[in-house]
Design a protein around this ligand. Sequence first.
Ligand code: SAH
Length: 625
Amino acid sequence: MYSSNIIYPVALIGTTTQACNLLYPLCEDLKGILYMPEQLSLIDERTCHYKDPLKDHLTDIFPKNRALIFCLSAGAVIRLITPLLRNKAYDPSIIVVDPKGRFVISLCGGHQGRANKLTQLIASYLNAEPVITGVSNTLDLPGIDILGLPFGWRKGPGKWKDISYAIACQKTVQIIQEGGSSFWKKNFLNSDNFNFYSSNTIKAHTSASAASIIISPKKYHLDQKSNISTIQWHPRVLWVGVGCTRGASYKLISDAISKVFNRYNLALESIAGIASVDLKKDEVGIVKYCQLKQLPLFTYPVKTLNKVNVPNPSAIVKQELGTASVAEASAIYSSNYFFDNKTVLLVSKEIIKFNNHAVTIAIAQSDIEYTGRQGKLYLVGIGPGSLEQITPAAKKAITEADAIVGYSLYLELIKTLLHPGQIIEDLPITEEEQRAEKAIKLAQWGLNVVVISSGDCGIYAMGGLVLEKLENTHKKDNIIDIKIFPGITALQAAAARVGTPLMHDFCAISLSDLLTPWNVIKKRLEAAAQGDFVTAIYNPKSKTRIHQIIAAQTIFLKYRNPHTPVALVRCAYRKNETIILTTLDEMLEYYIDMLTTVLIGSDSTFFYKDLIITPRGYHHSKIQK
Ligand code: SAH
């Protein structure tokens, strides 16, 4: 099954102490073994000696690993691996890290071996520059041979190498899609070399294209002599409803399905799953078919199937089972189960008779493919701005994600971590609810989804919204992993730029009254001021919301010295950062907006040169009340 995570097992190879020191920290996350020469001392069970010459050792580990990461000169690596390379479908990914850890080079196995993704991941661990030379990457396109993997598409026949070559030469390529989602499309829209068609019309085939990519549940018989190189991707959009007499063998079921698929020119690779009535849960032929073809079997109670509208109900079946349809009803029901999407009954029921058995087949096509994957939903805080302030765990989650959902400004901040082929959903800041719903839907569908927020994702951010929505969502059972990745929040970032103002008790208050009534905010301002908390004010002032910060100052002035230090930190750790140190009575003379965090000191906070300091303990207080 496709997983966008690291491919295992992974071997790391260092020949010097410096190289091993650089690679060793990667072992844990990559679940890899670090191989080192015998003269170096082992560190723990994740390290292993190799017997010189390295060439012989590589012959042994090359076929056993899915990725080899070298810290060695690229030239030496090329000489070592050349005799071992066989076929890009089987060879492990080869990655080279330069001994100073400045560059991570994806040498071999870019797409299928997914070296490119691993390269980006390692580069983000080491804070190094990823070097990816694959043509599709330089054209900012996902590899055509991995295009459909996240969505569970299966590969059909075709001249795969020729297509990649045509794309690399920037020839005109037509893409014909007759089923499945079109998330992949965004990547190709910026290039003039691609023409899109929604069905495989004659016009499309005779157009001036050098190559053709067909995304369809149909099977096209490719003309091997044609000048147009063609490949086929098969999205899993076909739900096959099956009914049969008790004891029908695997062969009968398989023959019946193949027969109907051939008759309608459909690709078996496009089968999403098999559907039937509960009674058939243990029907040997059906169960074996699903096992051998690695397909899910969904069966439903009679009363569920009875409610489905079908074109060919049968009075006899109704009398026997209590539902007038098994094949048609279960195919239609299945294709609607995961999403309330559009479905067409592509093939009405066909009865295939064998000597003393009969198999009934119906096929429904849904407009959203079955990915066959289970989703992950990660809520990731990206810190205040610069990539240096983002945690390695957050970077890793972003690099590994199939889909990233966030506000466009934040996506811009992390754009160097993104790669072609990832689904980017950049909804405007006002559409936070839609963003949350979208993220949940994509995860339910089976993708690894990252929702990004600036700062910390659980502080005035998307995290809470997503989890709230998730609580009210049905069908969340396909999401197997929900994780929260913390980030440096604005109050920490702002504080770090001006000294140590948060050294003692502090609190955060948002002045945004969009989601919180102003009365509640006022009460909290009053309590914070009275309680002598250092206070970080988030969302202090927008174009239309200008009175709240004035009210906040008035409240603080009631309880606190007018000369209390105040910092106005705007766009901390971003290119346009500005920092103003002022006092409580003068703070409103300066520019404050929605990109500013206001830090108001406590009674003991003081200025030292251009720093704001809150002492560690009360007894050192400079300002006595
Ligand atoms: N989740 C974010 C907060 C979002 S609310 C976090 O944890 O930081 C938005 C408010 O955060 C802004 O109005 C501003 O007050 C503050 N903020 C966010 N990023 C900031 C930055 N880089 N510099 C200063 N303030 C920032």
